[in-house]
Design a protein around this ligand. Structure first.
Ligand SMILES: Cc1cc2nc3c(=O)[nH]c(=O)nc-3n(C[C@H](O)[C@H](O)[C@H](O)COP(=O)(O)O)c2cc1C
Length: 374
């Protein structure tokens, strides 16, 4: 019987338990640099077997919100170094989630006020960007109605940006990286047959065209971390099969796409595959990842598999025990429970998230949730 309390070796990184802190954007970096407040937040959660950082933009064009800490400028790398040092000093492990939002952005956030770019010039019907107004007051606005399709040079730039960011993440002291291929952002936009309407080698049919950019990014990231002394086992990939958030319709052949993706990641010796199930996070009814698809992916990817979405102790233990997953990701429960692993392992009560401060500025609702009994 595998339990949440069991250790796991992740390519030489000794995880003391199976509880993963899932990536969560918290909008606490008004100048786009991770600072002491952010370091304190992650250090408080260092008892997680593994922390996946919030989405970290790989370039100026990659960001979809103000107040997210990037990793493409030297100051940002230095900021993240403070975070990784704090997490390591507290006994934890942390990987950086490398993020490009593609069409899910706003010209106000883009270099030169340009239109955000992804696979297509068709807009997403759903999606919000967090912006500051002239008075410095933050709020959400709809993402652009006029994105543009990347040209060949733009695609090459995206691949180079992911590689550079991965190298920067190693320089900043991260234990590895997770490539964000989920939740309707750039990589997911390229994977999705209903969104990627390109007629060149980066889209449309056959399916291999839609996998081309995601896998080119994986290869470039593996190369970049190798140049810094880390193997492919320290590179992970996050996907959200069947997740429809941000206008990602279901399409025929979706199960084969993810099966093939899993096989390709496995062939590249990628260290972990992180599956995000959106069925408990959306207001409208959303399909869970079907059990047979999970089994198919599992068969193709024998390495460590993280399963996240709507988990509690019982579901987590069941998923570990059945062999569906090796590690269990928790998002929202980590917001209000910095000591979540202990609470799960000792079956202690969980604190509730204060929804109105999830995306607030400053320490409130961020570093002020106490550990149990604190
Ligand atoms: C406030 C918040 C921010 C999130 N930001 C990210 C993100 O930056 N990257 C990502 O892949 N998923 C993000 N997610 C999704 C979570 O990683 C997770 O998949 C989701 O919350 C479901 O897990 P849960 O039921 O344990 O919360 C976010 C979720 C929340 C609640």
């Amino acid at each position: 019987m595998v339990s949440l309390a069991d250790p796991l070796d992740l390519a030489g990184l000794a995880l003391p338990n199976r509880v993963v802190m899932a990536p969560m954007t918290r909008l606490r970096a008004p100048d786009q640099v991770a600072d002491e407040l952010i370091a304190e937040y992650y250090a408080q959660r260092a008892s997680a077997g593994l922390i996946v950082s919030e989405g970290v933009p790989v370039s100026a064009a990659a960001r979809g919100h103000a107040a997210v800490p990037g990793i493409h400028r030297p100051r940002q790398v230095a900021g993240w170094r403070g975070v990784t040092e704090a997490v390591h000093a507290a006994g934890g492990r942390i990987v950086a989630q490398l993020w490009h939002v593609g069409r899910l952005s706003h010209p106000a956030l883009q270099p030169g006020g340009a239109a955000p770019a992804g696979p297509t010039d068709a807009p997403a019907a759903e999606g919000r960007s967090f912006l500051f107004d002239d008075d410095g007051v933050g709020g959400f606005v709809p993402v652009t109605a006029s994105p543009r399709a990347l040209d060949a040079a733009g695609i090459a730039q995206v691949i180079a940006d992911f590689a550079a960011a991965a190298g920067n993440a190693v320089d900043a002291g991260f234990d590895g990286v997770e490539i964000h291929g989920a939740n309707g952002y750039l990589i997911h936009q390229f994977l999705n047959a209903a969104v990627n309407d390109r007629e060149d080698e980066w889209g449309g049919e056959p399916m291999a065209n839609r996998l081309r950019l995601p896998l080119a990014i994986v290869d470039a990231v593996i190369g970049a971390v190798a140049a810094k002394g880390l193997g492919p086992g320290r590179v992970g990939f996050r996907a959200s099969p069947y997740g429809t958030a941000h206008d990602m319709p279901l399409y025929p052949g979706i199960e084969i796409s993810y099966r093939t993706l899993a096989a390709e990641l496995s062939a590249r010796r990628v260290g972990f595959l992180h599956l995000a199930d959106q069925s408990t996070t959306r207001a409208e009814p959303t399909m869970a990842i079907p059990a047979d698809v999970l089994a198919m992916v599992r068969e193709e990817f024998p390495g460590p598999l993280i399963l996240t979405g709507g988990m509690d102790r019982a579901r987590a233990e069941a998923a570990l025990d059945s062999g569906v997953a090796d590690l269990i990701g928790f998002g929202r429960p980590f917001i209000a429970n910095p000591d979540l692993p202990r609470r799960l392992l000792e079956d202690l009560p969980l604190a509730e998230v204060h929804q109105d401060t999830v995306y607030a500025q400053g320490p409130e609702g961020y570093v002020d949730y106490p550990a149990y009994g604190g």
